[in-house]
Design a protein around this ligand. Sequence first.
Ligand code: FAD
Length: 441
Amino acid sequence: MPHHDTIVVGAGVAGLTAARLLAAEGRDVIVLEARDRVGGRVVTDRRFQLVTDMGASWIHGVNGSPVAAAAEALGMRMSEFTVGGYQPDSRPIAHYGPDGARLSDAQARAYVADIHAVDATLVEVIDRSSPDASYRDVTEAALAAQEWDDTRTQRVREYLEHRSEEQYGAWIEDLAAHGLDDDAIDGDEVVFPDGYDRLPRRLAEGLDVRLTHVVSRIDWSDDVSVTTDHGTFHANRAIVTVPVGVLQSADFVISPQLPEPVSTALGRLSMNAFEKVFLRFRTRFWDEDVYVIRQQGPEGRWWHSWYDLTDLHDTPTLLTFAAGPAAEATRDWSEDEIARSVVDQLRRLYGAAVETPTHVHVTDWQDDPWARGSYAYMTLGSTTSDHDDLATPIGDVLHLAGEATWTDDPATVSAAMLSGHRAAERVLGRSVPIPSAWRDL
Ligand SMILES: Cc1cc2nc3c(=O)[nH]c(=O)nc-3n(C[C@H](O)[C@H](O)[C@H](O)COP(=O)(O)OP(=O)(O)OC[C@H]3O[C@@H](n4cnc5c(N)ncnc54)[C@H](O)[C@@H]3O)c2cc1C
């Protein structure tokens, strides 16, 4: 086997970005990828002549986003869809009360004002929190400070639970107090009517990507050996972009073991439980001119938010999420069972107008061996710096990259791209502009 300059493990956005930047500098780089496709957690299903993003959908704020810059340069169509970040009010939302009746505008305004009141105090409460505090602990402290009655408190508490689940796929008591610190949206959010996968597919063009190469072992000392089911590859350096769940598994051995602070950081992150459910209908039965339908109360414990994607393809479409406990509980359910359960909830709100969906798409990231969940979240005791610590260069030959290694906005495609850029710069030993990754495409 030839000795390469750099081996990149994983052909997701982090790995492809790193590989492109190195290749643009004339480095001999190969990418080893377990799947039979590139893109990793950016993947578009095109069955039934429909375009369905099964992994990432959104750019959570286009201002300053390298993903938005790349998408624009690559001519990818984008469609504004702000409220992806579980915002309560940036765009029109139909809020339904626990009894299934839609809140009046005044009621909705009062509810949203309560959410903002809690959020306004939350930052300071989080700053003062103990190192092992949960997101539940800090939100309870912020709620108690409001001195509201039980009903008023409960509906904001429930919103905060759902925010933890929908943003991080984690139950509020399992998420670190700082687990949503990065939860800021800068600019409009957008989605991709022609599919997000165009980004990784374009980034892969011209690269030496070896698909269906499952990496099982990485030995590092002065240089690196990477063992796959197609033999062992050698290089001066490696950039490893596999998800945290793969890094933590016994099927992926790194020898010698990861040193500090990398190993502690890795131990404090965990893959989440977060699945998407897309329902297409023959006719549109829900409220006009809203981006989202939200249901409050115990009936909305699992299915509480439906995103109206109709405008994307002119097909009546709702997207909801099984997030956190709902994803764990429905992990072994069939697509039909999940669709029936979601439709039952919709019928509470819209009655017999709710038809049987014509098409259903449900993801299964929890059982995907190359992802082991959708993205990483901070468990109790974790600090935001764990993300960057995970990317600490190892012996100057091994670099971890990927969404979980970026502190500013982890769990996103931007984080993946920025972490790939950082890893490439560390291998090169100097700065390179990130647009070099798509300049020649
Ligand atoms: C359901 C869902 C919804 C999401 N929504 C959004 C969103 O709206 N907006 C957003 O910005 N982000 C979203 N994300 C997160 C985003 O998709 C990821 O943060 C990003 O794509 C991660 O890129 P990556 O390169 O770090 O990892 P990956 O894309 O996972 O790439 C890692 C690669 O390593 C490969 N690999 C794994 N194990 C091995 C092995 N043993 N040998 C060889 N190769 C291996 C994998 O197959 C994969 O291709 C979502 C993710 C999911 C799953």
